[in-house]
Ligand binder design. Structure first.
Ligand code: C5P
Length: 297
């Protein structure tokens, strides 16, 4: 078997749910969503190069937290993605995979899903499999509901359990500040709390998304929500002060929790406003994880 010297790097950006409505539940327990996904420019990074065996090395500020939850073995979504792709293609190729883990784990911003999606794309290239996006999406769904969406790194309207994806767009390249106070939240636990707290599937489907920025923000605030936010706060009260401090920042146009939490975000007109806000939050809360970036429009 030839081992290529090629090195391929793909970014695995953070995924934000600008809104997240739970609109139903399937017989197998999975929830039906209606959500607008947007992606940051930066996040984790996957690098792959040819090697006789499959291996995974994790570096970066959150490498330790991944190891602590036992995430460095075959259970890691990156390794699962590599093994699934290899068995689908019927090959025995290896790859040395390196993950730079810059995003906090279990935090509602799709880190693990984005890592798995980036692995599928990078290995599809490294192993010259030439699989279509459609085939990769079907494999991605077997790894997790959010993984198909993370194969794209631009705004998407997502429905079904995460597999129905339509290209969308944002009115502009908003600045964004992501903040996490350091507590991991389990997605199934948040869905359980959603039911235990008596929350009902949302019947609201927001009307057409406005194209003008001011109308878009007004629409997000007035017509949409994150239905998992209240149950997440009930499990993790530390979310409330994050929301409060983000809301107090001048220029924060909209503040919300992403996914099943606990990461919260604020949208700004520009990335420089988001960076100013980062300085302020970091000064007040040196232990919180804070990242200022730009949303891909
Ligand atoms: O698919 P993924 O592994 O990301 O989902 C983790 C858990 O979150 C699922 O086992 C399920 O309990 C819950 N989930 C859900 N509905 C979705 C996505 C996830 O109920 N659409």
């Amino acid at each position: 078997m030839d081992i290529t010297n090629q090195i391929i790097t793909r970014s695995a950006p953070a995924k934000l749910n600008l809104y997240l409505h739970i609109v139903g539940q399937r017989a197998d327990g999975y929830h039906l969503l209606d959500s607008l996904f947007a992606f940051t420019q930066n996040g984790d990074e996957i690098t792959v190069r040819g090697a006789p065996e499959l291996s995974l090395e994790v570096t970066g500020p959150f490498a330790g937290s991944l190891a602590a939850v036992g995430g460095l073995n075959a259970d890691n979504l990156v390794m699962k993605a590599a093994l699934l792709l290899r068995s689908h293609a019927g090959i025995k190729n290896g790859a040395a995979i390196s993950l730079s883990k810059n995003l906090p784990i279990a935090s509602g911003i799709g880190g693990g899903s984005a890592d798995a999606a980036a692995t599928l794309l990078a290995l599809n290239d490294l192993w010259q499999l030439d699989l279509s996006l459609e085939t990769l999406s079907a494999l991605a769904l077997r790894l997790g509901a959010d993984v198909p969406a993370c194969l794209h790194d631009r705004p998407l309207h997502v429905s079904g359990i995460g597999e129905q994806i339509k290209a969308s767009s944002l009115p502009k390249d908003y600045g964004i500040l992501l903040v996490n106070s350091g507590e991991a939240l389990s997605t199934p636990a948040v869905f359980q709390a959603f039911h235990a707290d008596g929350y009902k599937p949302s019947v609201r489907l927001p009307c057409r998304q406005p194209k003008e920025s001011a109308d878009f923000i007004k629409w997000l605030l007035e017509k949409t929500s994150n239905d998992l936010q209240a149950p997440a706060v009930s499990l993790c009260p530390a979310i409330a002060p994050v929301m409060r401090d983000l809301s107090a920042i001048n220029g924060a146009m909209m503040v919300r929790m992403s996914g099943s939490g606990a990461t919260c975000f604020a949208l700004f007109q520009t990335v420089s406003e988001a960076k100013q806000a980062q300085i302020r939050i970091e000064a007040d809360h040196p232990k919180w994880w804070v990242m200022a970036d730009q949303l891909v429009p």
